[in-house]
Design a binder for this molecule. Sequence first.
Ligand code: KG4
Ligand code: ZN
Length: 359
Amino acid sequence: MKKVRILGIESSCDETSISVVEKSTSGKIKILSNIVKSQLNVHENFGGVVPELAARAHSEVIDKLILMALKKAKIKFKNLNAVAATSGPGLLGGLLVGVIAAKTLSSVLGIPFIAINHLEGHALSVHLEKKIEYPYLLLLVSGGHTEFTIINKFNNYKRIGTTLDDALGEAFDKTARLLNLGYPGGPEIEKIAKDGNENKFKLPKPLIHEKNCHFSFSGLKSSIAQTVHKNKINLKFKKDMAASFQKTIVDILSIKTEKAIEIFKKTTRRKSRATIVIAGGVAANQYLRASLKKLEKNNDCEFFFPSIKLCTDNGAMIALAGLERYERKLFNKLTFKPRPRWPLDKKAEFMKGKRTIGI
Ligand code: KG4
Ligand code: ZN
């Protein structure tokens, strides 16, 4: 087996990340470097990601980060076999910065350009740390996505559940904004929820009685907004609301995850234990991790949480997806256009805006 080194570029949202991943002659996969530059300071005053500012911030640092990633990996441009870049879904300006950098390197170095679906990166990232067998169930919970997808094998993905409106990270961020907490909201909510009364406020759990594993979070935000208007916003209120919100979210996730496991087992005709991988920024939430872990006993399943650095957006997962594609010669032309909307499961129906599923 020949040694393979792939450069991975991630710039779909508010992190610029460049990584070099290597597959050794023995087949071992190793992250040689994984540099992540967050744009938190760019967006914090706006309470959310501002697309134009994100694109500018990516373009300011991308060249430097590519050089840093090579230096950290102790390799030169000529040691790269291919360059892979997130080409969607995501914010177009940011995608363009990463894709153009990758295409430029590809044409100058004479190596393949590989367009990566960001969600495929999240779906495969677990293999950077652990040997797990296909098929497994992915629950992706980030600022832009919330979905259950069956990862049958490489390049064979079936989405079985998604959000009809806000992504889970978005729900955390919007709730944090209503409570005048910092950005991003997820970590802030988790922090102050620790000393709050999680049973203080009863919040809606949309779609909970439906037999599918779809989500809807926008009603929660409206309900919290109404409660905020009716109450005095002191620290006690914030703590209790954050705790109640977090508990409601985890209740919803637990019920829907049990449904998803059932569907996963039926679809894959799996008799043995099901493996569930939780990825995305919200998977950093310790309360969520501990609560989902409790489902293992009654559902004959095992949860796996990639380390936080690989849960959130990173170039290593893009380089890894690039490696898988490189080995199968799945290259892309330099005319490939970034795709702001790009479902991982091509057959998955577009669900945003649907009010109810009714099954
Ligand atoms: O995966 P990610 O880094 O970026 C993408 O959206 O792709 O996810 C960011 C999201 C934000 O909405 C943030 O508030 C949320 O993940 N998040 C958390 C926590 N840490 C980050 N949500 C809940 N609890 C956390 N500890
Ligand atoms: Zn992501």
